[in-house]
Design a protein. Structure first.
Lengths: 88, 771, 234, 88
């Protein structure tokens, strides 16, 4: 068994109202930041999976990403493999 | 091992003076080792030892027939009949909130709730008293937003309604906001649980969150000087609250207590395990040996001192008989709470810390707690103070009326539309006020009312401070705060039961700051004695200052009262058109410290209004009796903004106007906007006038019909000899009346706060903030 | 009628729901989330609160509690389920009612009293509500902003599955699509709503409108029982 | 001016309690997932910046990451350059 670490990015689906993203955009003028657009605020989950091989590990993460970390009505997800944790 | 730090000897780096080190040596009969020094440094901190305040706090009246637990316990407890009791306490979380407003406020709520359920009480309400600087300053806005979100984020999640509090803006709090939180719990008296560790051989069980490096606080010098320099900088001193974990702790703790499974219970707050074991052992006259290796940790490589003084949140220490351990672990397991036996009660009076075969520390429990060092600080009044005249002393009315010539209606709109007096809905809508299904009255009313299921009774609670008066006269400020707070409870018809307090002051090592503290304690004690109220607990927060100066001396008061029959409750809003509006009590001179004075930039030559505690006590007795005799349709106390604002609030809450005539005794500004105490604006059915007036007279209280409720305007005509203020400059004989539309008042009041904070009602917060 | 109120770790309106159900005359008990047994309940209430702290996303972690399998079976058999606030979020996450609850448009927790229009009175949740009567109830949530893609909203409305809407003058507190405050599942036996009827079950608390919802459920359960009895006799 | 798209990952700092991650771990047995550990839950913000060059764009993102997207007392952030948006 090896430890694999992943990050799951969960973002609001396109076309879904993203109140946080909108709020950030609205506040940008106050910060004197121009030229920023398309702000979307989502979630990032990092986790470590013990598995015999990378494929098995990824399968577990995919299940969690689809069933737990995201709500398919409103969110889409992607998985990224990370370097193993510095400290266990 | 001795650690030399860049700042000199270790004890100084830990905040202990040379004299304190000598006192430690005296108690141990030897030099402390580094772990012991760390334990002393946190336990002998002002926060844990009350080393500067203890002698004065001892002067407070703390006893009463129904007092079941007073100061010295985690919270005061007062019996309320039917085998029930109420636990309540007020506590500060000022400094953490200044650093990280969301987490500071959130963990403040968590901490005070633990003090309540540690006693065996289910927390049923939270009140938050918040003080900030100028609302237009970006930093203030950031703090307000974070603190309010933090209070709500924690309280809403644990399911305890936040039902009241205070929000005050004053320049003195700009760098040092105050976050004081009061919590109230209800318990069956037979479940009262003490924070003691009786019975040598019993086990010390730590349950709740695991222990991490958070909140190592002042001792972080130790961290940076010791073993792991590289990671020291990354070490968080900020504590992150986990209300979900706290909710599980509440349920599990009440189940443990209900099942009779614990001999003693203590929450872990400041100084973590060190404080919990030494206080519980000292209270029981026992000792505790702590097995360091048994403490469940969140992080690897923690040094012994880090484990012993960590302030990781949401942890409890239970003292358990060995034969009940399995049952205790079962309850914790069911609530998915980590639990571990970390020590054993002994009969040697010592706190010993062991790891394997090695003994790392050995300190008498008393040396850490009841026999901690006490400082008798120097006290001297500042060069300039303005005290109020003694009650009944002859008084030359100086009204210092800068608003002369201004329409009093416009002044009223400005006051009720100001940040300090406008609607608090911007705050209260962020708090769950109704969870628990007991909230009868909450939010911005003078007092919160919570019915007690299964009885006819209700608990009533309020919190107040009078810091703006205390700036001039700290004795008076504290006494006025007690009077106002108890009055706020009494206007509902409830009988005040007891007082809790949180004393927020500057650096006690400065004689002037200490004088303010001493005067406040004196005022607190005198007022409580006069009103027959025991002080059952509280908290002291010193060092509330910044390079710009100290905060206004702030004695925050909390009062809990009992309404025997919820059916007799009197609300503050006008009830019905045609009711009589009546003033009980009368205005006294003095505008200093008032909202009007702040608005008008008044007149430092004026004084604050005086307080007659005998009259105040009579007024409160009158209110309770009048409610019992069902003579009151509504009752509202006269406080911030004076009589005119009190009437405007009754109007804003009800949508009903009124037409009143006010005899001017002093000067229009004083009668309309002065904040002299011991007055209430009540309404009554016209048929009840005679009885009401008779009852007031029997209590020795002046009473006057002001007019009638109804219509869509609030009109206050000024009559009498002194009624020359506003129009005087124009040569008229009678002052202009207040005459404003109810709708205009309501609008000014409703949008005051979002306007002051630069937010429309529905503008979005600036940053991506915590949920 | 028997009411079972599920206790998830972090539920905080469980005892409130129990209290309201008892006021409406139901026999009520708490059900522990790890025991997949409804104790013979006719109505299962998923109460308000912050199950699992609402961490990750409101309602998502609770939906995996062992009892949810039993709740699903109960619903599949036509049993009654009422999800209030956090309970609505759990039902939505579990797919037992349509839609998702996003963060409030204000990005703030919103506690306020709202008014609800009752869109249908021929359901077990609303049968005792007098015609024309709106309900005054409190809301208290940070994530109650009802979302469903537009075309699915059309279908939901066409099938009369919107049960409650926020009504003026207070209006919509959270930005919910089409002012939706409560919805039904396809069978009309599972209801999720954001406002709290259980907190408004006594006049002393500001409103007893919420009791009408519990009374509706008690009455329709009684009617169902006597219908069943009649069928058995026949 | 060119449009650059970025993702900012904001995660609780090491040593800071992450109640969300802990709650997820607590409920893993219910999900019948074993061998998962070290769950940390953070935030992901995606945004587009119009700037003359990638360095200028990144400077804007860095400012926002530190001042708006994260709370520097308890959170740490990293920036990742994304492919330009499929649809603007
Ligand atoms: N201003 C005060 N008035 C009365 N009692 C006080 C005051 N300040 C502190 N106390 C009492 O001293 C004891 C220690 O307080 P504190 O350290 O704040 O308790 P805890 O650690 O349980 O929060 C408590 O019993 C508290 O009620
Ligand atoms: Mg305590």
């Amino acid at each position: 068994m090896t430890a694999y670490r992943f990050a799951v990015a969960v973002m609001p689906k396109e076309g879904i109202l993203d109140p946080q993203g909108r709020a950030v955009e609205q506040s940008l003028p106050h910060l004197h930041v121009a030229d920023v657009s398309g702000v979307r605020v989502g979630r990032r989950v990092e986790l470590t999976v013990e598995a015999p091989d990378p494929l098995a590990a990824r399968a577990t993460v995919e299940r969690l990403a689809g069933e737990v970390f995201s709500n398919p009505i409103i969110e889409a997800w992607t998985i990224e493999a990370l370097a193993p944790e510095g400290r266990p | 091992m001795t650690i030399a730090t860049p700042a000199g000897p270790l004890h100084r780096a830990l905040g202990l003076t040379d004299a304190e080190l000598a006192a430690i040596h005296e108690r141990l009969g030897r030099d402390p080792n580094d772990l012991e020094l760390a334990m002393f440094s946190v336990m002998w901190s002002e926060h844990c030892s009350y080393k500067s305040s203890k002698p004065l706090l001892g002067t407070l009246p703390t006893t009463g027939e129904d007092v079941v637990a007073g100061p010295g316990e985690n919270a005061g407890v007062i019996a309320i009949g039917d085998g029930l009791a109420v636990a309540f306490k007020l506590e500060s979380h000022n400094h953490p909130s200044a650093v990280e407003p969301y987490q500071g406020a959130a963990t403040g709520v968590g901490g005070i709730l633990r003090d309540i359920f540690t006693m065996g009480a289910r927390p049923i309400a939270v009140l938050d008293a918040l003080k900030f600087g100028d609302p237009s300053a970006p930093r203030t806005r950031h703090l307000v937003r974070g603190v309010v979100r933090g209070v709500g984020g924690y309280g809403n999640c644990v399911g305890v309604p936040t039902v009241g509090g205070e929000l005050v803006f004053d320049a003195s709090y700009a760098e040092n906001p105050l976050v004081n939180v009061m919590a109230i719990g209800l318990l069956e008296e037979r479940h009262l649980t003490r924070a003691a560790a009786p019975g040598p051989g019993n086990l010390a069980v730590l349950y709740g969150s695991t222990t991490g490096r958070d909140g190592i606080g002042g001792a972080s010098v130790l961290a940076s000087a010791s073993f792991d320099d590289a990671s020291a900088a990354k070490r968080p001193t900020v504590q992150v609250g986990d209300p979900f974990a706290e909710k599980l702790l509440i349920e599990a703790s009440l189940e443990l207590i209900g099942g009779g499974l614990v001999e003693g219970l203590q929450d872990l707050g400041a100084a973590g395990i060190t404080c919990a074991v030494s206080e519980t052992a000292d209270r029981a006259g026992t000792g505790i040996v702590v097995d360091l290796d048994a403490v469940p940790r969140r992080e690897t490589g923690m040094a012994p001192f880090e484990v012993m003084i960590s302030e990781s949140q949401e942890r409890m220490l239970a003292i358990v008989r060995p034969e009940r351990l399995a049952a205790v672990l079962e309850v914790c397991g069911r609530w998915a709470i980590p639990a571990a036996v970390i020590g054993r009660v002994t009969d040697d009076g010592l706190i010993r810390v062991v790891s394997g075969e090695e003994e790392l520390a050995r300190i008498p429990a008393a040396a850490l707690t009841s026999e901690a060092i006490v400082h008798h600080r120097l006290s001297s009044p500042p060069a300039r103070t303005r005290s109020a005249p003694a009650p009944g002393a002859p008084e030359e009315p100086g009204d210092g009326l800068p608003e002369r010539g201004m329409d009093p209606g416009a002044v009223l709109i400005a006051l009720i539309g100001s940040a300090n007096l406008g609607s608090r809905a911007w705050v209260t809508t962020q708090y769950d006020e109704t969870v628990g299904s007991d909230t009868v009255e909450a939010g911005e009313r003078s007092a919160a009312v919570l019915r007690i299921k299964g009885t006819t009774k209700a608990l009533v609670a309020a919190t107040d401070a009078q810091a703006q008066v205390a700036v001039h006269d700290p004795y008076l400020g504290a006494a006025l705060a007690v009077a106002e707070c108890a009055r706020n409870v009494a206007v509902t018809g409830a009988r005040p039961l007891g007082v809790t307090n949180c004393l927020n002051f500057g650096n006690p090592e400065r004689p002037e700051a200490f004088w303010r503290f001493a005067e406040s304690v004196r005022g607190l004690g005198d007022a409580c004695r006069a009103l027959g109220l025991p002080v059952t607990g509280g908290n002291v927060s010193f060092y509330n200052e910044s390079p710009v100066g100290a905060i206004a001396p702030t004695a925050q008061i909390g009062v809990v009262g009992l309404l025997d029959d919820i059916g007799l409750r009197v609300g503050p809003a006008f009830r019905a058109a045609g009711d009589l509006a009546v003033l009980v009590g009368e205005a006294g001179p003095g505008l200093a410290g008032s909202a009007y004075a702040a608005l008008a930039g008044l007149a430092s030559d004026d004084r604050p209004p005086s307080l007659d505690l005998g009259r105040e006590a009579a007024l409160q007795r009158f209110l309770v009796t009048a409610a019992r005799e069902r003579l009151l349709a509504s009752a509202q106390d006269v406080s911030g903004g004076g009589l005119a604002v009190a009437a405007a609030e009754c109007t804003a809450w009800s949508g009903l106007g009124a037409r009143l005539q006010l005899r001017v005794g002093m000067a229009p500004a004083v009668d309309l906007f002065g904040e002299s105490p011991s007055r209430v604006l009540v309404t009554a059915a016209p048929d009840d006038w005679e009885r009401l007036a008779g009852l007031a007279a029997a209590h020795g209280l002046p009473v006057r019909r002001l007019g009638t409720v109804g219509g869509d305007r609030l009109v206050i005509e000024l009559v009498g000899d002194g009624a020359t203020g506003a129009a005087e400059g124009r040569g008229a004989g009678v002052a202009d009346a207040v005459d404003v539309a109810v709708a205009d008042l309501h609008h000014a009041w409703r949008y005051a706060l979002p306007r002051a904070l630069g937010e429309d009602a529905d503008a979005a917060p600036l940053a991506v903030e915590e949920r | 009628m028997r009411v079972g109120v599920v206790v998830f770790p972090g539920s905080n309106c469980d005892r409130d729901a129990l209290h309201a159900a008892r006021l409406a005359g139901a026999e009520s008990e708490l059900l522990w989330h790890e025991t997949p047994d409804l104790g013979g309940a006719d109505l299962v209430v998923l109460p308000g609160g912050f199950a699992y702290g609402d961490y990750l996303r409101a309602g998502v972690l609770a939906r995996f509690s062992p009892i949810m399998g039993a709740v699903r079976d109960h619903a599949a058999r036509g049993g009654l389920v009422l999800g209030i606030c956090n309970g609505f979020q759990v039902l939505a996450e579990a797919g037992l009612v349509p839609g998702a609850l996003l963060r409030n448009a204000s990005l703030r927790f919103e506690h306020r009293w709202v008014r609800l229009s009752v869109e249908r009175r021929d359901t077990p949740f609303t049968s005792a509500i007098p015609a024309g009567r709106e309900l005054r109830l409190p809301v208290a949530h940070g994530e109650g902003n009802y979302f469903l893609p537009d075309h699915e909203l059309d279908v939901l409305e066409a099938r009369d599955r919107v049960l409650f809407r926020y009504a003026p003058p207070e209006g919509n507190p959270n930005g919910s699509a089409r002012d939706i405050a409560g919805v039904l599942d396809a069978g009309g036996r599972v209801c999720g709503l954001m406002p709290h009827p259980e907190r408004a079950a006594e006049a002393i608390l500001g409103s007893d409108d919420g009791l009408l919802v519990f009374r509706s459920l008690v009455e329709s359960a009684a009617a169902a029982t006597s219908a069943r009895a009649a069928a058995v006799v026949a």
